[in-house]
Design a protein around this ligand. Structure first.
Ligand code: S3P
Length: 170
């Protein structure tokens, strides 16, 4: 089943664009973070606190694997760390077309300032944390992606038109 899967750093717009793209394509929208919270019955920050990052990653992979049962093609937004985990690479490949939403660090920083729901950004200087994590992740995002979309300075409408155009032959 060819789903469209949006990957990218926290704050890159996976969920906000994903919802709009799903509507434009008449597809269901699924967000793995929401699935994890629903199944666990608790917020991501509580999962990190009570089960550690490894507990969250296990739940995240389970949520991703469950999507193989989905009959209709969906637009799927996944958490920023999901594509970094090697155990998810084959699953992503099997599920569909992976689209990396690339956003400049300054844009991410603006969007993530004051956020309290993302444990990996808690404490310390936000800019430094984003740069550190991005250094670890960027190459992997690029490798896992079938398509890379530069989101900087583009409206949702422009991004939807671009994604539609670049995926219509798939
Ligand atoms: C994470 C990103 C978050 C969420 C969790 C860990 C990460 O999702 O899965 O806080 O490791 O980058 P978003 O990318 O939707 O914020």
């Amino acid at each position: 089943m060819r789903h469209l899967i949006l990957i990218g750093f926290m704050g890159s717009g996976k969920t906000s664009l994903g919802k709009r793209l799903a509507k434009a394509l008449g597809r269901p929208f699924v967000d793995t973070d929401q699935q994890v919270e629903k199944t666990a019955g608790k917020k991501i920050s509580d999962i990190f606190q009570e089960e550690g990052e490894s507990g969250f990653r296990r739940r995240e992979t389970e949520a991703l694997a469950k999507l193989k049962e989905e009959k209709k093609p969906c637009v799927i937004s996944v958490g920023g760390g999901l594509p970094v985990q090697p155990q998810n690479h084959l699953l992503l490949e099997q599920l569909g077309t992976v689209i990396y939403l690339e956003a400049p660090v300054e844009v991410l920083e603006q969007r993530l300032a004051g956020d309290t729901g993302r444990p990996l950004l808690a404490g310390g200087d936000l800019h430094t944390r984003i740069v550190q994590l991005m250094e670890q992740r960027e190459e992997i995002y690029q490798e896992v992606a079938d398509l890379i979309v530069q989101t900087g300075g583009k409206s949702f409408e422009e991004l939807i038109t671009e994604v539609k155009k670049r995926t219509e032959h798939l």
